[in-house]
Design a protein around this ligand. Structure first.
Ligand code: ADP
Length: 438
């Protein structure tokens, strides 16, 4: 599973790296064109916005580039004051807060690693790369590439210094590493417990029939937990793989929810919790979606409501149709805290809404923002024997996102919780508003 995730991720990285490589070759070519403008590199680059200046079309092009680039000249290796930037495109001027188009390099960039890379390109004639962390409130991680350019006509040396923003890439790498560490940790816990019981059963508990039965029951629960974890991890990975592909089937949300209610009925009986569905007429809550995924949304929300409900409690499962986004997210528990865990990009039109409410332990306001994080579980909560994996709400959020929908939680400690998932209504339903609000 982990290897599968890594393979996908490294494939994505390779695609990004390939594209970035091609862009970089184009930047070097552009820099060469800039310095080649009518033979005089300084004249060619001094006034990038002056339409009369030689090389101006290339300067305009360079200014349109999102990546920062600078053309640097160097006289003598031992004299720092001979390193000057002859051209800095708009992105470079913004990054280094330059108000002049040419100037002393050390006055613009103080990072020793970047300066060293520039020297290698200028005086060693070789390509050099390094990482540059930009200072500021929102620091960025950039990769700096220094490349030697052809020697200037009057004998000076020239180099290109280009930067590529890798902040997002680093973030993705960090998230993936965290995810793998968490997933391994989650699987290791039941495995360690299994290994411990096997050892005990082979050792001093070998002849103890009572202990054997007890331990085997615990071992079974642990293997079931591992199974649940792997199922959830597989679901999450499948959902993420096609998250950007909009679903195409027409699904009656009410029927999908009813299937989830039926599936949860035995567990509800076992936990002595009443399931109270309130669903609209068949055919009115039609959404464009993926049926299995919508059943899973309902299942995960109902499962949680059951898990955190007290014995004898009730779980309300309502489907409402033709609500605007504002009505879909509107609260129904005045004393509770409410938070949107997912908001659709374009919250227009009408929605089909699934609300699952319980009378359980509730969740404190400060824990709400982390609910849909993978593996997050509120500490110290009682969830019965079916300990959760911490992946259920992450799955719900990703499915809602694929359906261009939203997810809201409303809760207060001791007063239960309401989770609301809302999805755009299919066009023909959206034309016939059936206002059912309560
Ligand atoms: P889990 O499998 O642990 O339930 P989820 O992602 O579904 O994972 O939920 C994350 C955490 O949010 C849960 O561990 C629990 O602490 C809290 N939570 C989710 N639903 C409810 C609920 N209905 N009532 C109280 N707490 C809930």
């Amino acid at each position: 599973m982990a290897a599968f995730g890594l393979l996908i991720a490294s494939g994505q990285l390779a695609v990004v790296a390939g594209l970035a490589g091609a862009v970089f070759v184009a930047v070097v070519a552009l820099a060469l064109l800039l310095v080649a403008g009518r033979g005089d590199p300084v004249a060619a680059t001094r006034e990038p916005d002056d339409p009369q200046a030689a090389g101006a079309p290339y300067a305009r092009l360079a200014n349109a580039l999102p990546d920062p680039i600078l053309v640097i000249s160097g006289g003598a290796a031992e004299d720092l004051s001979t390193r000057r930037y002859l051209f800095a495109n708009r992105a470079a001027r913004e990054l280094f807060r330059l108000d002049q188009e040419t100037g002393l390099l050390v006055a613009a960039i103080r990072d020793p690693q970047v300066l060293e890379a520039v020297d290698e390109a200028l005086f060693g004639g070789i390509a050099a790369d390094c990482v540059y962390e930009s200072p500021g409130v929102q620091p960025k991680t950039l990769r700096a590439h220094a490349r030697p350019l052809e020697t200037a006509p009057e004998g000076g040396r020239l180099a290109l210094l280009a930067f590529r923003d890798e902040t997002e890439l680093r973030q993705v790498e960090r998230t993936r590493a965290d995810f793998l560490a968490n997933a391994s940790h989650e699987l290791r816990t039941p495995l360690a417990s299994l290994a411990g019981f096997i050892e005990t059963l082979r050792g001093h508990a070998r002849q103890d029939e009572g202990a054997r039965d007890r331990f085997l029951a615990i071992m079974q629960a642990q293997t079931e937990r591992m199974n649940r974890l792997i199922d959830d991890l597989m679901s999450l990975s499948r959902i993420e793989l096609n998250e950007h592909v909009a679903p195409g089937d027409r699904v009656d949300l009410a029927r999908a929810v009813m299937d989830a209610v039926d599936a949860a009925a035995p567990l509800a009986r076992q936990r002595d919790v009443r399931l109270v569905p309130d669903l609209p007429q068949a055919g009115t809550a039609s959404v464009v979606g993926d049926r299995d995924q919508l059943v899973q949304v309902a299942q995960n929300l109902i499962d949680n409501a059951l898990k955190y409900s007290p014995d004898g409690g009730a779980v309300g499962i309502r489907v409402l149709v033709a609500l605007t986004a504002v009505h879909a997210v509107a609260g129904e528990r005045p004393a509770a805290a409410r938070l949107s865990l997912l908001t659709p990009d374009r919250a227009e039109g009408l929605y089909a809404v699934l609300r699952v409410s319980d009378q359980g332990s509730g969740i404190a306001r400060e824990n709400l923002p982390r609910l849909s994080e993978r593996f997050y579980r509120v500490e110290g909560q009682k969830s019965g024997e079916r300990a959760g994996t911490g992946l259920g709400l992450a799955i719900v959020k990703h499915i809602a996102n694929r359906h261009r929908g939203g997810l809201v939680v409303e809760s207060a400690p001791g007063q239960g919780s309401t989770f609301t998932a809302y999805l755009p209504l299919a066009p023909e339903n959206a034309l016939r508003p059936v206002a059912k609000m309560s």
